[in-house]
Design a protein around this ligand. Structure first.
Ligand code: MSP
Length: 513
């Protein structure tokens, strides 16, 4: 028997800019992290699931100014929306970090001093293009021009910046980064993104400006308070602050390196190039993995504030329910690829897969047990030849789902459950347990028990995706609260267990716009 893996694991989302209220992109990155965190806990791992807000820099300073508020009061207010989002979306976070917290400023200062002591930082002058919206520097060859305005590849306008600045010797890290990527093939996922990063590094890295002097809203550079740290150095440091860096050695040793940083493709460069370089330069280990997911469009259109088609996750949940929304976001699009949000697609997934394939299966099975078995769970019985195909799929499911989640293949994990649910629906039709009551009650009981066993596995492995609804299904299946982990699947429920009357799990949604 293999030894269970009990290592602690640290899972992070990006920390979100507090310039605006949360949208679908924020909900999506954190949802993927939440499902993995919940799965790891079910495996018996100790998890630290972190999210938070990125509160410094020019972009936030400007948003505060536009709102007529002092930046701290502004960030206090907007940061709360992200805490609220975690509640609305059912995110099982263990920590929430804000970059304006003293513990974080301390960690930033210690990291800076370490980099300086290691000879990785020098003072110079920065002159070049900067996009406030991306909080990123760009080379002239990366820009396009229209109507006299220059734009970054992200579409953000750039401005010319010229000021004294500290630099990080990133140019010296290219070869070591390439070696690191080679030795750690799973560090960047998906593979297509890994290749992009490698090409970018191979093309040559310049030194990186890591401080600014033209505004004040940031972490002060230790020993030279006329500078504030570049917001990305500040922001990336959040991961180690929260893990205990420069504050609690035992805690840091426990959680660092992170198992995975979840990010969107737009911020991969910062996480896969700058971040491991900063860490290695400070003598720290890089995270084990960075996964860059794709972007959503809305009914085929790019999402943007100016088009007014931003998708509000709170409104989605209010309209479709939390679990159908969570299910749809991870089911519809292979994680890592861009995808289109459409109401019709959400309605189809909800009605076809949740309400029909899963919900009806549960309802039919449990209603038959109520009606034909007096609400008592039939005893386990050996598999007959007709039970083998479903049985094999069900037995394999926890390992299949686990293997997909290890690779962040959420859609494949869900497809595997749906394939087994389709098999179970075929099985109930072929076996027709409702017709067996008079002809072969023993076989009827056996069939219902096999279906119940299958439903228990589906509900167990789907808990990370749809925690509340699968909790209700497990209640209806009579599974005690302390028997809902993966290990508990090895112990069959006792025959004769009294089951509560079933109630529908998912509502069908009318397909009107
Ligand atoms: N503050 C930085 C991250 C610092 S991490 C050390 C930041 N913040 S953000 O608020 O802009 O975060 C955006 C997150 O939402 C990113 O992961 C981004 O990819 C994601 N999305 C923004 N728009 C999106 C879509 N339309 N679709 C999917 N995700 C998108 O970046």
């Amino acid at each position: 028997m293999s030894v269970p893996d009990r290592r602690p694991c640290f899972i992070t989302t990006p920390i979100y800019y507090v310039n605006d209220k949360p949208h679908i992109g924020h909900a999506y990155t954190s949802l993927a992290a939440d499902v993995l965190a919940r799965w790891r806990r079910m495996q018996g791992r100790e998890v630290f699931f972190l999210t938070g807000t990125d509160e410094h820099g020019q972009k936030v300073e400007k948003a505060a100014k536009d709102a007529g508020q002092d930046p701290q009061a502004f960030t206090d207010r907007v940061s709360q929306h992200f805490r609220d989002l975690a509640v609305t979306m059912g995110f099982s976070i263990d920590g929430f970090i804000r970059t304006t917290e003293p513990r974080h400023k301390h960690a930033c200062a210690v990291l800076w001093e370490k980099l300086a002591a290691n000879g990785e930082i020098y003072l110079g002058d920065y002159e070049g293009w900067y996009a406030v919206r991306d909080e990123a520097f760009y080379g002239p060859d990366e820009l396009t021009e229209s109507d006299g305005v220059k734009y970054a590849p992200s579409g953000a306008p750039v401005e010319w910046v010229k000021e004294p600045s500290y630099f990080f010797r990133l140019s010296a890290w290219g070869d070591r980064l390439l070696k690191f990527y080679e030795e750690n093939p799973d560090f960047i996922a998906p593979a297509s993104r890994r290749n992009e990063v490698i090409s970018f590094v191979k093309a040559g890295l310049g030194d990186l400006s890591i401080s600014r002097t033209s505004f004040r809203w940031g972490v002060k550079v230790p020993g030279d308070e006329s500078h504030v740290m570049y917001v990305w150095l500040d922001a990336l440091t959040n991961y180690i602050t929260a893990a205990g860096y420069a504050a609690d050695e035992a805690k840091f040793a426990k959680w660092w390196p992170a198992e995975i940083h979840f990010v969107g493709k737009d911020i991969l460069r910062f996480h896969a190039i700058y971040w491991p370089a900063f860490l290695m330069a400070a003598g720290l280990e890089p995270p084990k993995r960075v996964f860059a997911h794709g972007w959503w469009t809305n009914e085929g259109q790019k999402i943007s504030k100016s088009l007014g088609n931003v998708i509000d996750p709170v409104a989605l949940v209010a309209e479709f329910g939390l679990d159908p929304t969570r299910y749809f976001l991870l089911r519809e699009v292979p994680f890592g690829q861009d995808g289109d949000f459409s109401r019709a697609a959400l309605v189809n997934r909800n009605n076809g897969e949740l309400a029909n394939a899963l919900g009806n299966l549960a309802n039919r099975t449990l209603s038959l047990i109520q009606r034909n078995c007096g609400g008592a769970l039939p005893a386990s019985s050996p598999r007959a030849p007709g039970d083998a195909a479903l049985g094999a799929l069900v037995d394999a499911l926890p390992a299949t789902v686990g293997a997909h989640l290890d690779r962040q293949e959420y859609h494949l994990a869900l497809e595997a459950v749906m394939a087994a649910a389709r098999e179970a629906n075929g099985y109930i039709t072929v076996e027709a347990p409702w017709a067996l009551k008079k002809t072969d009650p023993a076989r009827m009981e056996a069939v219902l028990r096999h279906l119940h066993d299958a439903l228990r596995v589906f509900a167990t492995v789907l808990q990370p995706f749809m925690p509340a609804t699968m909790g209700r299904l497990l209640d209806q299946l009579g599974v005690p609260e302390d028997a809902r982990g993966l290990d508990a699947l090895a112990t069959p429920l006792p025959g004769g267990l009294a089951l509560p009357p079933p109630a529908p799990l998912f509502a069908r949604i009318e397909a009107t716009a």
